[in-house]
Design a protein around this ligand. Structure first.
Ligand SMILES: Nc1ncnc2c1ncn2[C@@H]1O[C@H](COP(=O)(O)OP(=O)(O)O)[C@@H](O)[C@H]1O
Ligand SMILES: [Mg+2]
Length: 267
């Protein structure tokens, strides 16, 4: 991918990877897309908003090295810069998650949304691109990420009845626009774990594309065993096997996203 020149400080773009359903490819997408952006010469930050900490594990940040992280950031107990770790990917930093995040998702009162806003404002001056890996719920953490994001990507697994789940995501985006963040853009719906050989995948894809039209990324992510192997190696699949079809697809996705108006305006 060609290198994108440095952007104006304070102008970093924030993308939330969200879907209330678990196991649809949110973390894989957040980690892989952020890695592809870093490989393209951008300065990326991934914020792990899931108490399970899968993104932190996938980027090689050990359990013992996750404090201060997102929890302390949201509680205003750490300066933003102290919550950041470098990762196994050059050009990609991480704000790690711990299981303590779970109590924040339930909306504990000591958490103040302004802490997140202030941290993101600071990060926008240091990074060209911020990615939020959201948990599988529409609790405080996902809503908080949507409130500070410029765009949202919805990974969608090509399976039975995906439209029902999608309707709920779209409602949440509308609610966010009507409330805390009227500028939130739907960057796109991403078809993940696509197995083109099955009729079901083809049917689902047709339905989703008919319904959401240009809001569905042209790039689809194929199912690939390498994706499932990579996290246990503490590496994103793009490092683990950059030739795997899924790695190649995520590089293509980064390219596609960077052609969007929202990026062309900024670079
Ligand atoms: N393209 C893919 N091919 C094969 N397995 C995948 C792919 N994308 C994700 N997976 C696997 O599916 C599971 C769920 O993916 P994950 O990204 O963790 O979803 P979420 O964050 O939405 O829960 C993980 O075990 C992951 O390794
Ligand atoms: Mg996840």
């Amino acid at each position: 991918m060609s290198r994108t020149p440095g952007r104006v400080p304070g102008n970093g773009r924030v993308v939330a990877i969200a879907n209330q359903k678990g196991g649809v490819g949110k973390t894989t997408t957040a980690v892989s897309l952020a890695t592809a952006f870093a490989a393209a010469g951008r300065k990326a930050l991934l914020v792990d908003m899931d108490p399970q900490g899968n993104a932190s594990t996938s980027l090689g940040v050990a359990l013992g090295d996750r404090r201060p992280g997102v929890t302390e950031l949201l509680e205003g107990r750490t300066p933003p810069a102290a919550a950041v770790r470098t990762t196994v990917v050059e050009g990609l930093d991480l704000v790690p998650a711990t299981s303590a995040l779970a109590r924040i998702d339930e909306g504990r009162p000591q958490v103040d949304a302004r802490h997140l806003g202030a941290a993101v404002a600071a990060f926008r001056t240091t990074y060209t691109d911020l990615f939020f890996d959201c948990p599988p719920s529409f609790g405080w953490l996902t809503l908080g990420a949507l409130a500070v994001a410029d765009g949202v990507i919805i990974p969608l697994q090509c399976e039975f009845l995906p439209m029902e789940g999608l309707a709920q995501v779209m409602e949440t985006i509308e609610m966010t626009r009507a409330g805390p963040n009227r500028n939130l853009a739907l960057d796109g719906v991403l078809l993940t774990m696509v197995d083109a050989r099955t009729n079901l995948a083809r049917d689902v894809e047709r339905d989703v594309r008919e319904h959401f039209r240009s809001k569905v990324f042209k790039t689809e992510i194929p199912r690939s065993v390498r994706v499932a192997e990579a996290p246990s190696a503490g590496e994103p699949v793009l490092l683990y096997d950059r030739h795997s079809p899924a790695s190649q697809a995520y590089v293509a996705l980064a390219r596609e996203l960077l052609t969007h108006e929202a990026y062309r305006m900024r670079s």
